[in-house]
Design a binder for this molecule. Structure first.
Ligand SMILES: Nc1ncnc2c1ncn2[C@@H]1O[C@H](COP(=O)(O)OP(=O)(O)OP(=O)(O)O)[C@@H](O)[C@H]1O
Ligand SMILES: [Mg+2]
Length: 356
């Protein structure tokens, strides 16, 4: 009998356990191009995770793939998306059949899409979007419209909107900030346990951004949902997230607590991303740009995809693909892990490649 202590299972108690997931887009009847490769992570109840990385690195594709909300050409050919439902059972979202998937969305997990305008049907008033959402998930009961409208008004008030102004409006009659808040209210409608927000405040002025971000943080405290939010804004990530995942060329290449990522990053890409933003506090330094661009999905370089742009790359980086190895183990999916052959090189990291 082997009575050695076993490593804690990181998925124990997790709300979402993503294991080896690929997401792609069909290019023909039997072929697809893979946009997201082999992603694994755990998200625990109440946690908030930011996904960061350059444009085109697969953030939206991963978010949509996790909830099976991809456009028609989208496929999730590989992996497991294990989700703990409100009743405690676990389902694999990847293999849920249509009707169960329909019930899963909004009830258990909701998405706030990139570009709030396109997420609304332009010919329906905001009120009708709420009615449709409630009606589509009412199960055995039939909610009277009046009850739905009252609940919708409460939800709009929660995101600091005036329901008497918003409910009867068409999406184009609202400002960008109001539409974005309405979308967040709609996502909260059925009290999901997970909300994925894709660039929730892009294209909004700074004051509106700030008030939406503050309200989101408060709502998360009040309602205790978990959140994955996708952003280019590292300041927002630092503020709203317990943990951050960096993506590069379709892979999750570093993950850790906000402190790990902002002060102790071990993947040179994460470090470059952070150094490309002027600091808000501390010494002012000239932001460093990262030469070159990410590789094309159809011609990924052998070995580490970042190697051609990496100032620390060595010969081995261009042959073997590094796995996402744990550097600092922690419970609840909060380990610091990086996919870099040089992540544990003492001389590179003794002083910290980061800016602290
Ligand atoms: N509908 C689609 N059909 C085919 N390829 C797509 C489709 N949508 C996205 N892609 C490709 O998948 C890759 C990842 O795109 P994705 O939109 O997920 O990136 P992103 O990280 O969200 O970028 P951004 O920060 O600009 O929003 C890109 O190379 C993109 O061209
Ligand atoms: Mg995107």
């Amino acid at each position: 009998m082997n009575d050695l202590p076993t490593a804690p299972d990181p998925s124990e108690g997790a709300l979402l356990s993503v294991r080896g997931v690929d997401v792609g887009y069909r290019t023909g009847r039997r072929s697809h191009v893979t946009a997201v490769h082999d992603v694994s992570f755990d998200l625990h109840p109440g946690q908030s995770m930011a996904l960061v990385g350059e444009s085109g690195c697969g953030k939206t594709t991963l978010g949509l793939g996790l909830l099976r909300l991809l456009p028609r050409a989208g496929v999730v050919p590989k992996g497991e998306i294990l989700f703990r439902r409100k009743d405690g059972t676990r389902v694999d979202v990847r293999t849920l059949e249509k009707e169960r998937l329909r019930r899963f969305r909004w009830n258990e997990a909701a998405m706030v899409f990139q570009g709030a305008m396109n997420a609304f049907n332009p010919v329906l008033r905001i009120e009708d979007h709420f009615v449709d959402t409630f009606r589509a998930h009412e199960g055995g009961r039939r909610w009277p419209r009046k009850e739905i409208v009252e609940r919708s008004a409460e939800l709009l008030e929660m995101v600091r909107l005036d329901p008497s102004r918003v409910l009867r409006s068409f999406p184009h009659e609202l400002s960008g900030g109001m539409r974005q808040r309405s979308l967040i209210a709609l996502a909260l409608a059925l009290e999901p346990q997970l909300i994925i927000l894709d660039e929730p405040t892009t294209a909004l002025d700074l004051l509106t951004q700030r008030s939406i971000v503050e309200r989101l943080a408060e709502l998360r405290e009040e309602l205790r949902f978990s959140m994955i939010f996708i952003t280019h804004d590292l300041g927002l990530a630092a503020e709203l997230a317990d943990r951050v995942g960096t993506m590069y060329a379709g892979r999750l290449i570093e993950t850790g607590t906000t402190g790990d990522i902002f002060y102790r990053s071990r993947h040179p890409y994460t470090t470059a991303l952070i150094n490309s933003v002027p600091p808000v506090v501390g010494d002012l330094h000239v932001p460093e740009s990262l030469p070159g661009g990410p590789p094309s999905l159809t011609s990924l370089p052998p070995g580490c995809s970042f190697a051609p742009r990496c100032s620390l790359a060595i010969a081995d980086c261009t042959t073997g693909r590094p796995s996402l190895d744990v550097l600092t183990p922690r419970g609840e999916g909060l380990s610091h892990a990086a996919a870099c052959l040089r992540a544990t090189d003492a001389e590179l990291h003794a002083e910290g490649v980061s800016r602290d």
